[in-house]
Design a protein around this ligand. Structure first.
Ligand SMILES: *Cc1c(COP(=O)(O)O)cnc(C)c1O
Ligand code: SF4
Length: 452
């Protein structure tokens, strides 16, 4: 049985598998990239989820171990020279922060557009973008049991405090929820909110339950703990207490939606993961699953079909397939829209209707969540058929619209309207900032990925 202990850049080289399998060059590359991108893992992930005989092609190795191709040559070289030159911590941090800024961790829209003001106070731990759901970033939940190398939330983890979302005051949130009867869902996100002890979590949840807010119908948790630390729900000291807390919320008439971030079937293969799923479901909570589509991790139809099938068998409901946003190691991970749709379509035809609850591929862009519904040909013009799954304006939702087909496009702001139109139908209300020579004037991307 495992006790949780984080493995970080500092002690990664003492992990037996790393010592034994990695070449010196790979170890050095890991130090270089791990100084910029997040590196954190634990013994369970290392021992149970990675096939070390074949680690270079192992999806969970790629998911959790930074490696050379994840930085541009230029950025790699900058950090490598600093390390070789014996740079000290402060200096390494300067180099890292400079590279991170170039990777654009927190696109403009995300920090400023969706933070509500309530009672004269800016609710900096809250985002409210779509009318029925608020996102809550509890300050104690801004880390995870392990980190994904593709994660764009690292400004929240790595001590760049000015970029940090945080908020303690649940009273303000309760006031805000009461004043906005349209809000039915509150999503705890992070990091991973289930990194919090049950005691702290209970403070939030009990306050919400006691407040008896009539419009609060669902509490969601965006979490990767089923994959990275299923012991959280089974053997950890306060695991039983957590299960009782879920039951209590449920008994108060509030639905619990556990939004599990699962990238690859290997994550839910272990006995302990199965036990964790079973225990969560036994509380009356429902587990829905979501994942971005990532090159080098899950960019083929067979993996997705297996993932959804496995989830259905475990009693989970496949929910979203996301497209990667362009932050962090974008070149290493990104899958073009056209390819992502082919993978989605190739996978969905392999599973029964029970697994076709999953919607995607979807990009969380400035104006909303936009789904690539398909590629079609209309009057001789090849087009993407798109629709909003969520929109800043609710009236945009589920209205099909068309963009010129472009096999290389990765994001909404690289698309152009089809049929000679000059702008997309939503642009009189929310103009897109298009890319010029491949460089965005400013980014239109907003928060996305597993937690939402
Ligand atoms: C995706 C998302 C939600 C939740 O959307 P659902 O379609 O209801 O799951 C809420 N807020 C933000 C900012 C999101 O990106
Ligand atoms: S993607 Fe989620 S689980 Fe992975 S590091 Fe980011 S916040 Fe944590």
């Amino acid at each position: 049985m495992y006790r949780y202990k984080a493995i970080s850049l500092r002690n990664i080289n003492s992990v037996a598998q790393v010592k034994y399998y990695l070449s010196d060059e790979e170890k050095f590359a890991m130090q270089v990239v791990g100084n910029v991108l997040p590196l954190k893992t634990n013994q369970y992930v290392v021992d149970e989820l990675i096939d070390w005989q074949n680690y270079r092609n192992d999806p969970i190795y790629t998911l959790t171990f930074p490696q050379k191709g994840m930085l541009s040559q230029e950025h790699f070289h900058e950090m490598a020279s600093a390390l070789r030159g014996g740079a000290q911590k402060a200096e390494l941090k300067l180099v890292a922060d400079m590279i991170r800024r170039e990777l654009n961790p927190n696109p403009a829209g995300q920090m400023h557009q969706n933070v509500p003001v309530w009672d004269g106070v800016k609710l900096t731990g809250i985002q409210h973008k779509y009318k029925e759901t608020i996102l809550f970033f509890p300050s104690q939940g801004q880390t995870c049991h392990a980190y994904c190398t593709f994660c764009f939330r690292w400004p929240q983890f790595t001590g760049m405090h000015d970029l940090k979302f945080a908020m303690r005051d649940i009273e303000l949130i309760i006031g805000y929820l009461r004043a906005h009867p349209n809000i039915t869902d509150m999503l705890f996100t992070g990091g991973d909110p289930l990194i919090m002890s049950t005691k702290i979590l209970a403070q939030y949840l009990e306050a919400l339950v006691d407040a008896q807010i009539p419009n609060l119908r669902t509490i969601r948790f965006g979490s990767k703990a089923l994959s990275y630390w299923p012991h959280r729900f089974v053997h950890d000291e306060d695991a039983d207490e957590l299960m009782r807390l879920f039951e209590k919320v449920k008994q108060a008439g509030i639905h619990i939606a556990f939004m599990a971030h699962v990238n690859h079937p290997n994550e839910l293969q272990t006995n302990i993961a199965h036990q964790a799923v079973e225990r969560i479901l036994n509380t009356g909570a429902v587990i829905r699953t979501q994942s971005p589509i990532m090159r080098n991790i899950n960019d083929n139809a067979e993996t997705w079909a297996a993932l959804w099938q496995q989830q259905v068998e475990l009693g989970c409901i496949p929910y979203y397939m996301f497209l990667a946003r362009d932050t962090g190691a974008q070149d290493f991970f990104s899958v073009p829209l056209a390819k992502a749709w082919e993978i989605y379509q190739g996978a969905i035809q392999q599973v029964s209707g029970l697994a076709r609850t999953v919607r995607g591929p979807s990009m969380s862009a400035g104006p909303g969540k936009v789904q690539v519904m398909g590629i079609s040909e209309i009057m001789g013009q090849k087009v993407f058929v798109l629709q909003f799954l969520q929109g800043r304006n609710a009236d945009w939702v589920h209205r099909p619209f068309f963009a010129k087909f472009d096999p290389k496009a990765n994001w909404l702001d690289e698309l152009r309207p089809a049929f000679g139109e000059s702008r997309f139908f939503f642009e009189d209300q929310y103009p897109l900032v298009h890319k010029v020579n491949g460089v965005a004037l400013s980014s239109n991307k907003a928060i996305s990925e597993h937690t939402v």
